[in-house]
Every structure is written in structure tokens, then in C-alpha cells.
Design a binder for this molecule. Structure first.
Ligand code: PPS
Length: 304
């Protein structure tokens, strides 16, 4: 959706949250499920790059890094549009005449970089057929939950989270858009050795952005100078991105995202969950987590 279209929309501040529906146990907006045939039949191309994440895992950060890599550290080129217009969000369906992610993707010249929050089993099959490169980023469950809670408060296009204590249970039950965090991170983890998937962790990116960007460079078969690498690290730091209107979602009308409720670029740190979970909530969360994550080799750090 272009900015002009966004402004023309003039959404009513008091409009109710979007209708949702479940598809194979995964909660989606009704717009997504109504358009599911189109989404499922989306034609990926071999030179596409897909950035896949569970919501709030560091998608926008990764998008900005990738765009900087693809543009050899040219900040001006990365200012050409908002992240959401630079990288179509393939399953994000909107009512006509607005451009859904698919419309944007279909109009975009190759090579395209696309975004998805879909669980691995719901990724359109053409991505596997065309052996598309995918960067998947995962973030520890507790920080994802906190970030998603605040995002759900400020983003009027997704369901209201309700009170914090209820949201903790909603998240644990996977009754949020794009489904269970646990199934998402495990599903993509299991798929990573069968496909061209670079699986990264938000906490690692925070700990050593240089090391993680170098992994992306190798995966994308890109060679850049040390100077450009340092420029990318600087431009994609939390503080720089928070000030960057082409990356911080502040160009959207408040009827879509109200940053006065909670900014999109909120804290950007591992361990913020400690400011929200009570001792009892944390113990119950850990117990449930152990059960849901039993048997996987995937591990997360919840602080640095
Ligand atoms: N550069 C940089 N460094 C560190 N952290 C960053 C950065 N950019 C975005 N963020 C934080 O990522 C959270 C938003 O996640 P997503 O971009 O995945 O959101 S979305 O799903 O696409 O809506 C959200 O996390 P919280 O601050 O914890 O809410 C953002 O602040």
C-alpha cells in the first residue's frame, strides 16, 4: 500500500478491530483467509529473497540490514520508500483499492525481497519449488510476547490484546495472529536443513551485529568493504532506525498505528520481559515452555 493510498483511506478511529478466523489452527485476519487461494498460489521467483519471522522477532531490523546490503550501504537508496513498500508482506491482504502485499509483489521488478510471518507449513509452495533463499529470524518467546502485546495495543489493524494477564495466556495458547510462537520457531528450525534457510536469532544480532551481518553477507554471496559494513551497522542500530521515518512506521496515520500508545520502535532489547512478568507468571510460563519445547535442539537466551 502506498503512502498516498494510506492517507486516502482515512480510517475511522473508532472502527472495530479486524475480523479474524482460524485456518488449520492458525489465527488470521478474515482478509487473509478470504484471499488465501491467491496467497497460496503466489508465484515466487528463483532470485527472490524471503525474510520470514514470527511477528515482533526483528523483521524490520533485518529488512533494513538486507536493503543496506543490497544497496552497498547507500542510505539514500534505502530511503526510497517505507520498509513495508520496499519489501511486500506477501500474506497481508487489504480491501481494494489498497494494495495487498501480493499486488505490490506482483508489480515489483526482480530481484525482489519479500516479507512473511507465515508458519513454515503455510508458505506458498512455489518458494520451495524455486528454492528461494530465506532469512528466518527468531526471538525469545518472552520478549516476543511483550513486544507483540504493545504492538497489539498500538496497531488498529490487529486484534486488541486485552489486559496483560489475559494476553499472556492468549500468547501461550497461540491464539494470536500467525499462530503459536512455539510451533513457528520449531517448524522453521526443522525446515532449515532441507532448504536454503539462514536461521538467525535476535539476541545474537543484538550481541554482535557485525558477526550476524557477516552471516547474511555470506548467505547472500555479497562482498562489501569494512567501511560499508560499519556503515550498515550504524544505520541499522536501534537508535538510528527509531529516528528513520522510512523504517519506524511513523508515516502511517494514527488510525492504523498510534505511536502515542506505544511506539513501533519501542525498546529493542533482550530481557525487557522482566519488567512485565510477575514471578508467578514467569514460573507458569517456564513450565509450559518446557513442555512445548521438549525435544527440540533450538535454544534461546532471554537476556544478554
Ligand atoms: N535496529 C533494531 N535493533 C533492535 N531491535 C529493533 C531494531 N529495529 C526494530 N527493533 C525491535 O523489533 C521489534 C519489532 O519487531 P518486527 O520488526 O519483527 O515487528 S513486525 O512483526 O514486523 O511488526 C520491536 O521490539 P520491542 O522494542 O521489544 O517492542 C522493535 O523495537
Amino acid at each position: 500500500m502506498s503512502l498516498e493510498e494510506m492517507k486516502a483511506l482515512q480510517l475511522d478511529e473508532r472502527r472495530p478491530p479486524p475480523e479474524t478466523t482460524e485456518m488449520n489452527g492458525v489465527l488470521m485476519t478474515k482478509m487473509m483467509s478470504d484471499n488465501w487461494d491467491k496467497i497460496w498460489n503466489f508465484q515466487a521467483k528463483p532470485d527472490d529473497l524471503l525474510i520470514a519471522t514470527y511477528a515482533k522477532a526483528g523483521t524490520t531490523w533485518t529488512q533494513e540490514i538486507v536493503d543496506m546490503i543490497q544497496n552497498d550501504g547507500d542510505v539514500q537508496k534505502c530511503q526510497r520508500a517505507n520498509t513495508f513498500d520496499r519489501h511486500p508482506f506477501i500474506e497481508w491482504a487489504l480491501p481494494p483499492p489498497l494494495n495487498s502485499g501480493l499486488d505490490l509483489a506482483n508489480k515489483m521488478p526482480s530481484p525482489r525481497t519479500l516479507k512473511t510471518h507465515l508458519p513454515v507449513q503455510m508458505v506458498p509452495p512455489s518458494f520451495w519449488k524455486e528454492n528461494v533463499k530465506i532469512i528466518y529470524v527468531a526471538r525469545n518467546a518472552k520478549d516476543c510476547l511483550v513486544s507483540y502485546y504493545h504492538f497489539s495495543r498500538m496497531n488498529k489493524m490487529i486484534p486488541d490484546p486485552g489486559p496483560w494477564e489475559d494476553y499472556v495466556e492468549t500468547f501461550k495458547a497461540g491464539k494470536v495472529l500467525w499462530g503459536s510462537w512455539y510451533d513457528h520457531v520449531k517448524g522453521w528450525w526443522d525446515a532449515k536443513d532441507r532448504h536454503r534457510i539462514l536461521y538467525l536469532l535476535y539476541e545474537d544480532m543484538k550481541e554482535d551485529p557485525k558477526r550476524e551481518i557477516q552471516k547474511m553477507l555470506r548467505f547472500l554471496e555479497k562482498d562489501i568493504s569494512e567501511e560499508v559494513l560499519n556503515k550498515i551497522i550504524h544505520h541499522t542500530s536501534f537508535d538510528m532506525m527509531k529516528q528513520n521515518p522510512m523504517a519506524n512506521y511513523t508515516t502511517l496515520p494514527t488510525s492504523i498505528m498510534d505511536h502515542s500508545i506505544s511506539p513501533f520502535m519501542r525498546r529493542g532489547v533482550p530481557g525487557d520481559w522482566k519488567n512485565y512478568f510477575t514471578v508467578a507468571q514467569n514460573e507458569a510460563f517456564d513450565k509450559d515452555y518446557e513442555r512445548k519445547m521438549a525435544g527440540t535442539t533450538l535454544t534461546f537466551r532471554t537476556t544478554l
